[in-house]
Design a protein around this ligand. Structure first.
Ligand SMILES: *Cc1c(COP(=O)(O)O)cnc(C)c1O
Length: 245
């Protein structure tokens, strides 16, 4: 029988051979680390909302988190969420879904229907599309504005210099329910200065939610004032497809 050339086996198949992560135990550990980081920073752990980023993971792992009592989840694609979440929502109607990936304007209506928080509002065309979709559907998910603090052209997010005018457009002109800021710092930099800056900008703009920190750096984000941390692989294990951040 012919053997598969291991070089040609896609990462997805290899990841499926890994043992299943213990999602409930991982959640407990991440929660404990958040609580410890909060206490070290003189904050109450209750101020910090753990968003479990389940992108590219199957329903079984998400159900394990839901069964363990977790309710806040993040996904990065509209289509994937549309195919994965409706049956889960039916079983767990109090699940709260955050969109953490970039959103195309032509998917704004789908996103408004699916998500409870849209963390990646970052340009005027999308802001107008979301305002129209919310008016039409009568559903108003909270919006966070994503800020591109590292001036990285390949990444989404409004530029730092445009932030104040963009907040004014979204909040004042379009009456979008803008409640926070979100950032993904440059991968190779020390994240602390970016986290400190995002928290400062949110305070200055009167926005209560600050979404920052992922598996590698959520404790640092908590120290700098995160109200939402977005944690994927530390809860669900490695993702089963390449090409996703
Ligand atoms: C995937 C993703 C995360 C989670 O990343 P991990 O490193 O697996 O914790 C957080 N935020 C965004 C925007 C993501 O796309």
């Amino acid at each position: 029988m012919a053997r598969l050339d291991p070089e040609l086996v896609p990462l997805g198949d290899m990841a499926e051979d890994l043992p299943d992560p213990d999602v409930a135990a991982n959640l407990d550990e991440v929660r404990a680390r958040i609580a410890a980081a909060a206490r070290d920073a003189g904050r109450s752990p209750d101020e910090i909302n753990l968003v479990a980023v389940s992108k590219l993971h199957g329903a079984d792992r998400i159900v394990a988190a839901l069964a363990a009592g977790h309710r806040q989840f993040g996904e990065n694609r509209v289509q994937e969420t549309e195919s994965k979440w409706p049956p889960l929502r039916e079983r767990f109607p109090d699940a709260v879904l955050h969109l953490v990936g970039s959103l195309q304007s032509n998917k704004a209506a789908n996103a408004v229907a699916l998500f409870d928080v849209i963390q990646t509002l970052d340009r005027p065309k999308l802001a107008h599309a979301l305002a129209r979709a919310m008016d039409r559907r009568g559903r108003r998910p909270d919006c966070y504005i994503e800020v591109n603090l590292g001036d990285e052209p390949q990444k989404g997010g409004v530029q730092r210099v445009d932030l104040e005018s963009f907040v004014a457009l979204c909040r004042d002109d379009l009456a979008l329910p803008v409640t926070g800021l979100m950032c993904i710092p440059p991968a190779d930099d020390e994240p602390s200065p970016y986290f400190a800056l995002l928290a400062k900008l949110a305070l200055r703009l009167g926005l209560p939610r600050v979404s920052m920190g992922m598996s590698a750096d959520f404790e640092i984000a908590v120290a700098f004032g995160a109200t939402e941390v977005r944690v994927g692989s530390a809860i669900f294990g490695p993702r089963t497809s390449p090409g996703a951040i």
